[in-house]
Design a protein around this ligand. Structure first.
Ligand code: ARG
Length: 285
């Protein structure tokens, strides 16, 4: 009997203790739900954030600042267009090599990367309306005798692998030419020229002009050539993503109309887009 009583006592006590513990917990509980209560409202209906891939080694179009933030003309254009279209975007640095695949595989929703719209690329991607006019430009050392594109036939030329610069020089020299040196990024090709590893670099005018202007120590000059075709940049989406393309085009049209595109353009290239294609104007500086 005493055992039972003890057991009974213990049982009762533990029940009581448990009750106390629960009560104690219970007393604190209101605090927790209260704290999380505001979150009960579904967080801003979890607006979709579109992931924008960009090869951020292409100033002034896209680069990383000291803080590691992705900045540039392309970035500002897409941010403004997205805002107009009422969509949210975030930028993710994406190496040029594989950038087209990243959108095909769904890792990126959009690409903005000074991408030239070409018939070949149109087979696997859909492009927005063009948002920038560009052209190839040659960079050489200041004391170079090279005067035109045709002079590069037998010389070592650096390009960013898989770019339109790569295309034009590959066409000039032939696809098996050992003198076409392909780099992961355009700045790497330009660095190579500093050390004399290549005789020239062919890349988009805006980037070449920007590099030459910002690296006076490199002692480079630029050479324009009238044989280079006109190029236009577009924002890319996965082939068939008509809904997103429509939004981007809407946004682009909106910022062209309200003057914010012109403002961004002038900020980066110093002249209004209609007045003079900026790269040419900048190149003559
Ligand atoms: N416009 C050229 C092309 O489409 C070069 C673009 C390179 N862009 C970059 N962010 N690396 O081929």
């Amino acid at each position: 009997m005493p055992t039972i009583t003890t057991r009974h006592f213990l049982k009762t006590t533990s029940v009581l203790l448990a009750g106390l513990v629960l009560a104690a917990c219970g007393k604190q509980e209101p605090a927790a739900p209260a704290a999380t209560a505001p979150a009960a409202t579904p967080p801003a209906a979890a607006a979709k954030v579109y992931v924008v891939g960009t090869d951020a080694a292409y100033a002034p179009f896209e680069s990383q600042n000291e803080k590691g933030e992705i900045v540039g003309f392309d970035i500002d254009v897409v941010k403004a267009a997205a805002q107009k279209a009422g969509i949210e975007v975030k930028f993710v640095n994406t190496p040029w090599e594989g950038i087209f695949n990243s959108v095909a595989q769904g890792d990126r929703d959009l690409l903005v990367s000074a991408i030239t719209i070409t018939p070949e690329r149109r087979q696997t991607l859909d492009f927005s309306a063009p948002y920038f006019d560009a052209q190839q430009l040659i960079a050489v050392k200041s004391d170079s005798k090279i005067a035109k594109f045709d002079d590069l036939k037998k010389l070592k030329v650096g390009v960013q692998n898989g770019t339109t610069g790569d295309e034009v020089i590959t066409k000039l020299q032939g696809k098996d030419s050992p003198n076409v040196k392909r780099f992961e990024s355009t700045p790497l090709a330009l660095k190579e020229m500093e050390g004399g590893g290549v005789d020239a670099v062919v890349a988009d005018n805006g980037v070449v002009v920007h590099y030459v202007a910002n690296n006076p120590g490199s002692k480079f000059k630029t050479i324009a050539d009238s044989t280079f075709a006109a190029e236009q940049y577009g924002i890319a989406v996965k082939k068939g993503n008509a809904e997103l393309l429509e939004k981007i085009n809407q946004g682009l049209a909106g910022i062209k109309e309200d003057g914010s595109y012109a403002r961004i353009y002038t900020q980066y290239f110093g002249a209004a887009p209609a007045a003079a294609p900026a790269p040419a104007a900048a190149a003559s500086k």
